[in-house]
Design a protein around this ligand. Structure first.
Ligand code: FES
Length: 164
């Protein structure tokens, strides 16, 4: 069962930034409900949305990405296993459960394919040549030999801000 997010964007104004690139929903007025299964086995391999949504703003030459979780076009990202490929900013975003969102470069460390991704069973796969990476960006299957670079994620008022 996927976790569902109860969006209540203005109930609290709090800010959280964790070390590395994780961010927690728990203190942001966003609550997951109805979860009894922490696995991500049932998630779709398709991204939660396609590029071009008004929910996403890219600035600073692609180095800053803002995602409005209130927008229904990104509703999948509110739930564990939801993920996005922000093609224009070459970034992968995933809700890894336990109220954490992480972001990584979508430029594969093998031969730099950047838009040929799928995600299932908690693994990203670059379909160019089949390299796989876990939700920490670590290579778990080649031909890639280097991990994906991870970006900083901050969530405030239901807006996910990713900074490279
Ligand atoms: Fe990603 Fe080759 S470019 S596996």
């Amino acid at each position: 069962m996927k976790k569902e997010v109860d969006i209540n964007p203005y109930s609290r104004k709090q800010f959280l930034k964790t070390a590395g690139s994780t961010a927690l929903f728990a203190t942001l007025g966003i609550g997951f409900v109805g979860c009894s299964d922490s696995s991500m086995d049932a998630i779709s391999s398709e991204p939660s949305m396609r590029p071009g949504s008004d929910a996403i703003t890219i600035s600073n030459n692609g180095n800053k990405i803002e995602i409005d979780l209130n927008d229904d076009s990104v509703s999948g990202l509110r739930s564990e296993g939801g993920w996005l490929l922000v093609d224009d900013a070459r970034t992968l975003v995933v809700n890894v459960g336990d109220n954490v969102i992480r972001a990584f470069t979508s430029v594969c460390t093998h031969q730099q394919c950047f838009r040929d991704w799928r995600f299932s069973n908690s693994l990203f796969e670059c379909t160019c040549h089949g390299s796989r990476f876990n939700t920490s960006g670590e290579v778990v299957r080649g031909p890639a030999t280097r991990d994906l670079a991870e970006f900083t994620v901050v969530i405030e008022n239901n807006t996910v801000t990713i900074t490279k």
